[in-house]
Design a protein around this ligand. Structure first.
Ligand SMILES: *[C@@H]1O[C@H](CO)[C@@H](O)[C@H](O)[C@H]1NC(C)=O
Ligand SMILES: *[C@@H]1O[C@H](CO)[C@@H](O)[C@H](O)[C@H]1NC(C)=O
Ligand SMILES: *[C@@H]1O[C@H](CO)[C@@H](O)[C@H](O)[C@H]1NC(C)=O
Length: 730
């Protein structure tokens, strides 16, 4: 080989070694390697691998122990699902709920990849994310970290995120396993649930994460049917490691471990961050675990399995080949080596912010606004402005506009607020008046009455239980807008007939002003992150055609939702399978805006729907078991409006009537770009997984026989085709 070329070849090899980790090892390969090293470890060494070294006793949120002979390093575990928490020079991108609202698999994957690059760049071995709990109560404090009310949608979020993050060699950690849908009293509550609901709704996203090869799962604070999640033999051993075949390690949420022997024997593999509690300096693992193994209370084989699982996850991501030095210092930020991992990720953040913005209303096609024709506009509400304190607060408790608090947060490197973003986009020829005081309704009205258009902003916030914000213990106390939002919107709409409402919210809010005739447009940008104002401007000016869809139902009244937060310690999942739109469908409740809803500046028409199904079935235990079904279908989507843009095709299934399933369940979706005047023929298929239900008697996924209906449409309440097909016993 030519010497010069050879050099390049070497450089490429090295670069490849250092930066691209694109293929992870199989679990079998990883186990072989892990077993080999663990076979040389003493009990104490194995215990070190699976024990946290103590809260604030290290650079990261959690640090595992290390060993010297054989060598095994300490792992750095760091928040959050949305970016690197408690670190500088990182990207604060869109939240999980926005990733879901994009309904865009490729974008979710790209988000996972950039997150993985940043965690890796900072030397973090394990990312504490994605969050995969469901939006069961609209008040749920951490709903915004996850993907909404539908298990299938969160399942896609799980799969694409895990593949993206782990492609960079970072171990992802699916959390909070399981049934941690409420923050209040989270370490005392018991989530009471039946087996079928547990599998079909709450386990589904975790199952997709396991299929995607996730390296770790975080057990939650709460109990499940009376047993703590981190010492729950049924959910950890029977379901996660048994039924799902999870090969990685189970790690406790921070101070969610409640015992030594029970936890270890019932499936916990790693204890974090170490201490029993913030006030009890003892450790459940460490010396206690060593003693328990020596006393035969925990079999040594079990300890070996724990260590193998942790070490195998590290091998699987090839972290033994090369891994950057830890460059976060969570508790002494100024001590962290300066490593800037932002690259050009802000571009993706801006795109995702726009792609996840849901256009709820657009009367008379008031949007997009053309800056060339626009003369004057008012921008009203503190949510449109910069940070109230003019600085970026720890854990974003005091952020206005950029929402969410607790361990799901990322420190903003900068923040393009809506006012700034819109001003830039409108240009200097447009007169922009603003009033950012939410309580000064007189001023808001005065300003709004002087301009052709008025854009009024309001928000609602929530977070993690550990921080209390305006009397909200994580979960929201109500689902109304904060900071006088309803009055502000009304004050503006009363004086300006071209009122546009923009709501940044962690979840659904009530809209008592919805029928105000002057409110012509409503935009729902969720939690778009550092590029908030730019993403919003891209949508408002038509640079980007809206294509976000609601990942949850927005109800007219609070009582329309089935589940409510509980103040005592029993959370009864008595609605069973009827969560979110399934409840609304079942009870024929008209939502204000349904799940999957979102407008575009253009219009899409569906035609030529075709369906085929191929079925292979047989009997097992005297019961018809359909071993394989492939339902394939195709549909033509035509863009008949004036703008190029993307449609989100949604496929719902109605199971045979006697199955006890909800009226319909999302089982496929795709974001499809169609240029103006063009059309796309889209083909898709549903396989066994999407057509199965959990059989509690046989403890397996089965395809029920009978008559199914496949619904294809633009939202859960905008079905364009419904066609029957049969899977029959014979
Ligand atoms: C639950 O969490 C609170 C607040 O962090 C803590 O004070 C309490 O000890 C915990 N209770 C249990 C049972 O761990
Ligand atoms: C072992 O666990 C107990 C609680 O079960 C705790 O009180 C004690 O401090 C622990 N010991 C060590 C050495 O951490
Ligand atoms: C809802 O909660 C927010 C935040 O605590 C509060 O500011 C607002 O006044 C509450 N709204 C209602 C209608 O109770």
């Amino acid at each position: 080989m030519h010497l010069f070329l050879f050099n390049i070849f070497i450089i490429l090899l090295v670069l490849n070694y250092v930066y691209a980790n694109l293929n992870t090892l199989t679990w079998a390969e990883s186990y072989t390697k892990a077993k080999r090293i663990v076979s040389h470890m003493s009990i104490e060494q194995k215990v070190a691998v699976v024990s946290g070294t103590g809260y604030k006793n290290g650079l990261c949120a959690g640090n595992s122990g290390s060993t010297t002979n054989p060598y095994y390093p300490s792992l750095c575990l760091q928040d959050s699902p949305n970016g690197i928490r408690l670190a500088d020079d990182v990207t604060a991108g869109v939240a999980g709920i926005n990733a879901a609202a994009s309904f865009d698999k490729a974008a979710i994957r790209a988000r996972g990849e950039y997150l993985g690059k940043e965690f890796r760049g900072k030397g973090v071995h394990v990312q504490l994310g994605p969050t995969l709990n469901l939006l069961r109560i609209p008040e749920g404090g951490r709903n915004w970290e996850s993907g909404g009310e539908d298990p299938y949608l969160i399942g896609v979020l799980a799969e694409e995120t895990v593949i993206g993050v782990q492609s960079q060699g970072v171990i992802a950690m699916a959390k909070h396993y399981i049934l941690n849908e409420q923050e209040l009293h989270r370490n005392k509550t018991s989530s009471q649930i039946d087996d079928r609901t547990l599998h079909e709704i709450y386990l589904w996203p975790f199952a997709r994460a396991v299929e995607a090869g996730i390296g770790s799962v975080m057990c939650s604070y709460n109990k499940i049917n009376g047993v703590y999640a981190c010492e729950n033999d049924y959910t950890l051993n029977t379901i996660l490691k048994g039924q799902l075949g999870f090969k990685g390690f189970v790690c406790s949420d921070w101070i969610a471990t409640m015992s030594t022997v029970n936890a270890a024997n019932n499936g916990l593999d790693m204890n974090m961050p170490g201490q029993i509690s913030l006030t009890d300096p003892g450790y459940y693992f460490g010396q206690n675990l060593t003693d328990a193994v020596r006393n035969n209370q925990v079999p040594e084989a079990r300890l070996t399995d724990m260590a193998v699982r942790v070490i195998a996850a590290r091998y699987k991501m090839k972290q033994d080949k090369f891994y950057p030095e830890v460059a976060v210092s969570s508790f002494q930020r100024d001590k962290a080596p300066k490593v800037d991992v932002q690259a050009d990720h802000k571009k993706l953040v801006r795109e995702m912010g726009a792609a996840s913005n849901v256009l709820l209303r657009n009367k008379n096609n008031i949007l997009p606004l053309n800056p060339m024709e626009l003369r004057s506009v008012s921008i009203v509400g503190s949510d449109a402005g910069p940070h109230p304190g003019g600085r970026y607060c720890e854990d974003t408790e005091c952020l206005g506009g950029a929402l969410g608090w607790g361990s799901g947060t990322v420190k903003f490197p900068y923040y393009i607020d809506p006012l700034q973003g819109l001003r830039n986009a409108f240009g200097k020829d447009v007169q922009v008046l603003s009033s950012l005081d939410d309580w000064n309704l007189k001023q808001a009205a005065e300003v709004s009455s002087k301009t052709d258009y008025a854009i009024v902003f309001a928000s609602a916030n929530s977070g993690e239980e550990i921080f209390v914000y305006q009397d909200n213990f994580g979960d929201r106390n109500n689902i109304s807008l904060w900071n006088n939002g309803d009055n502000l919107i009304k004050a503006v709409a009363d004086v300006n007939k071209n009122t546009i409402v923009v709501i940044h919210s962690v979840g659904p809010v009530l809209m008592p002003w919805i029928n105000h005739p002057n409110i012509k447009a409503i935009l729902w940008p969720g939690l778009p992150g550092q590029e908030s104002g730019n993403s919003l401007a891209d949508i408002m000016t038509g640079k980007v055609n809206p294509s976000g869809r609601l990942p949850y139902t927005i109800a007219e009244e609070r009582q329309d939702y089935v589940a409510t937060p509980v103040k005592d310690f029993i959370i009864d999942y008595s609605e069973k399978l009827l969560l979110g739109y399934k409840w609304f469908d079942f009870n024929s409740i008209e939502p204000l805006f349904p799940f999957g809803y979102g407008l575009s500046y253009t219009k899409f028409e569906y035609s030529n729907f075709n369906l085929n199904s191929r079925i292979q079935s047989g009997y097992k235990n005297g019961k018809l078991i359909v071993s394989n079904v492939i339902v394939t279908a195709s549909v033509i989507i035509e863009n008949v409006g004036g703008y190029s843009g993307a449609e989100v095709l949604q496929v719902y299934i109605s199971f045979p009537e006697n199955c006890g399933e909800p009226p319909k369940s999302l089982r496929h979706f795709e974001k499809i770009f169609v240029r103006k005047g063009g059309h796309v023929q889209y083909e898709f298929s549903l396989k066994k997984k999407e057509l199965s239900i959990w059989d509690t008697e046989y403890k397996e996924w089965v395809i029920p026989s009978g008559e199914y209906v496949i619904h294809v449409g633009a939202s859960s309440r905008d079905i364009r085709y419904s066609t029957k097909f049969n899977i029959l016993s014979y």
